[in-house]
Design a protein around this ligand. Structure first.
Ligand SMILES: [Zn+2]
Length: 709
């Protein structure tokens, strides 16, 4: 069933983990597509609840607090407001943004747990687990350290060795010790509740098989989990941070409830329900959440990144099915991953663009637009700062901004700032009216089918059409030779601008509002959660919105171009931070390549002209020496024949100064110099990077200064 056939649309976006800020990978994976969809549905006049919140439970937050010698509460109280504020500034239009430390969430999760326990859904299993006698607590995998049985690394975790990448269980560690107290842990028996997913698999499989319109990347992952066979999964654990297991359930089962909490994978999705309850309470209709979650004519959509597919397509549906009172998701349009400048995003390596930092430098709508046009909808996609600049300059400024500006300026100069009459419509002009009328269904279909990139492209096509029509109609001539033609041209261009004021609202809500203000276009529906009702919404914008004689407001510049310096500063920042993080990190890099390590994604095609801009030269390394305080860098002097260059290269971990001295290398000779650790690097030495991160300096032949073609 499509959203348009449903009584209401319930939209969730993955709960971000409250132990760090939001970056562009999160935005492209779940948040921006969810917001585009919610805003579009509101413009269609549909009944929408758009729900999200911070995931504040779980061992990662506990770990973080121990590392920083503080409390989990302090960690989530720091990040929850930071995330919420960044989302607000970005224009995320949640109806409610909750948090899983709320009382409502605790009660809702416990009620859910209680309901499943009452139906005998769970199984109980007693097992031996590691216990720290000094801290008097059971140790989750990450709280146990010891020697890796595979490679001998002494700081391996209970679940994984970060040196060799092996997956481990705490029992396999040699000389295990508690990460909390350093005490030697002992085995103690403890009892846990399990969700018997193995038993539930046939039911889930039947439901999955009936999903006809789910994305292939989502179905592929779900089917492979099912083929492998679902394993029963613990839903409780012994850690001091989480939603407590309901004491009455524990008592009935004869298990001591103390210290037992609900596993975060189980309580987190219930966070969608509890946040909806909080929203309903705030509206003064405390039972309204049931309408959204429990009535069959709700269209429930979970927006998530691909790392969350198994939880939203199998585990949460299994929980909802077993409970019995809830609707199941109609769609889970998970996205793939976003890379940054051709490399995998990595917060620990500092390779990310943080939302709150971006917003200090640029307006939100530029990133919304640039990301919306590159969403990883079917495969991984790449964000680069130069692509961002191109989108802003060549699409927003040159196409959209230019069209709006010339239309409004011309109207002020030659038509007293009023919408001229449309009379004696020609075939060309009728074609514009027809295109306007057809656009809402075409763009809307893309949104309704979760093809956001296409929806944004088709929206921009309206501006492209407007620019072309303005050019072809040449109103600067016809205003003298055939005034009615010029009047018709401007009338139609103004109607296209007005329609864009509505249709751009999902992707650029702030700029769309400015455009509507310039046109003095009022009494249209907007995509804000609390927008006043209006009959003039998504579809109505396919008909002329501005009456003849309507006085428009002043024209302003809607988009300014971004300078090269501005963009280069961002790239420089990114590189510098990544270099600093690499310096300070104490995490070992794996010695052996992980067999699943992905190849770097292919880059966009370039023209031959792009290629010949590179000045590649053969040079000989005459001197090489370490850079003080920078373990990864070497300072090289390279003889290019016609001059000597100083190059700072990040190869110190792969090559000694002696090994590289005297070698012939390829140098990018016309790269803008940049400063690293106080040294100016006047070029770059070409290297290859294996999938495990090994760098190899490329060997060159020929005389110094020879051009590489
Ligand atoms: Zn190891």
């Amino acid at each position: 069933m499509a959203a348009s056939d449903s009584a209401r649309v319930l939209i969730t976006a993955a709960l971000p983990y409250a132990n760090g800020p939001i970056h562009i990978g999160h935005l492209a994976g779940a948040y921006l597509p969810a917001d585009l969809y919610a805003r579009y549905q509101r413009l269609q006049g549909r009944d929408v609840a758009f729900i999200c919140g911070s995931d504040e439970m779980g061992v990662a937050i506990l770990m973080r607090s121990l590392k920083e010698d503080t409390t989990p509460r302090e960690i989530v109280d720091r990040y929850h407001p930071q995330i919420k504020e960044a989302f607000d500034r970005f224009g995320m239009s949640f109806d409610h943004y909750g948090r899983t430390t709320s009382d409502v969430h605790r009660e809702t999760s416990q009620d859910f747990f209680r309901a499943l326990a009452a139906k005998d859904t769970f199984t109980l299993t007693a097992e031996e687990q590691l216990y720290d006698p000094e801290a008097e607590m059971f140790l989750a995998d990450r709280f146990v350290r010891g020697t890796c049985p595979v490679c001998g690394y002494e700081e391996a975790y209970g679940d994984q060795c970060e040196k060799c990448g092996s997956s481990l269980s705490p029992k396999e560690l040699i000389n295990p010790r508690s990460a909390l107290t350093d005490a030697t842990p002992e085995f103690r028996e403890t009892t846990h509740w399990y969700l018997p997913l193995g038993e539930l698999q046939p039911k889930l499989e039947a439901w999955i098989d009936a999903r006809e319109d789910w994305k292939p990347n989502v179905m592929g992952q779900v089917k492979s989990w099912l083929t492998e066979g679902l394993r029963d999964r613990a839903i409780t654990r012994d850690v001091p941070w989480g939603v407590p297991v309901p004491p009455d359930v524990a008592e009935a089962a004869g298990v001591a409830a103390e210290g037992k909490v609900i596993y975060v994978w189980f309580d987190a999705p219930i966070g969608y329900i509890s946040a909806t309850k909080e929203w309903a309470q705030a509206q003064g209709t405390p039972d309204a959440w049931k309408t959204y979650w429990q009535q069959d004519d709700t269209h429930l959509v979970h927006f998530i990144g691909k790392d969350n597919i198994v939880f939203h397509c199998l585990m949460f549906p299994a929980m909802l099915m077993e409970h019995g009172d809830y609707v199941l998701p109609a769609q889970v349009p998970a996205n793939e991953f976003l890379n940054l400048e051709g490399r995998k995003l990595s917060t620990s390596r500092g390779w990310a663009v943080w939302l709150h930092e971006y917003l200090d430098d640029f307006p939100p709508d530029l990133l919304r637009y640039a990301l919306a046009t590159t969403l990883p909808e079917t495969k991984d996609a790449d964000f680069s700062w130069t692509d961002f600049q191109t989108r802003v300059n060549s699409e927003l400024a040159d196409v959209l901004g230019n069209f709006v500006n010339r239309t409004l300026t011309f109207t002020h100069r030659f038509f007293d700032g009023e919408v001229p009459p449309l009379q004696q419509v020609t075939a060309e002009e009728q074609a514009v009216l027809d295109a306007l009328a057809a656009a809402p269904a075409r763009i809307g279909d893309a949104y309704d089918s979760y093809r956001m990139r296409e929806a944004i492209f088709e929206t921009m096509q309206v501006a492209r059409l407007g620019n072309k029509f303005f050019n072809d109609s040449e109103p600067w001539h016809t205003r003298k030779t055939d005034p009615q033609r010029a009047a018709n041209t401007l009338h139609l261009c103004l109607q296209l601008c007005a329609a864009l004021g509505v249709w751009l609202d999902p992707v650029m809500p702030h700029r769309a509002a400015r455009l509507r203000a310039m046109l003095r276009l009022t009494d249209v529906r907007t995509s804000a959660p609390d927008a006043p009702a209006s009959d003039r919404g998504w579809t109505a914008a396919g008909q002329p919105l501005l009456p003849e004689g309507h006085a428009i407001g002043e024209a302003e510049i809607l988009f300014s171009k971004l300078e090269d310096d501005t963009i280069n500063a961002q790239i420089e920042n990114l590189r510098t931070r990544a270099a600093e993080m690499e310096e300070s990190t104490d995490t070992p890099t794996p010695d052996t390549p992980s067999p699943e390590a992905p190849y770097a994604p292919p880059k966009d095609q370039i023209t031959y002209d792009d290629f010949v801009k590179l000045d590649l030269r053969v040079g000989t390394v005459t001197t090489a020496e370490p850079v003080p305080k920078a373990d990864k860098l070497l300072r090289l002097e390279v003889d290019l024949g016609y001059e000597e260059r100083q190059v700072v290269a990040g190869i110190a971990e792969h090559m000694t100064p002696e090994e590289i001295t005297g070698r012939k290398v390829v140098v990018v000779a016309n790269l803008q110099p940049r400063t690293l650790f106080g040294l100016e690097s006047q070029g770059m030495v070409l290297m290859s990077e294996d999938r495990d991160g090994t760098l190899n300096v490329l060997a060159a032949k020929g005389e110094n200064g020879a051009v590489v073609l």
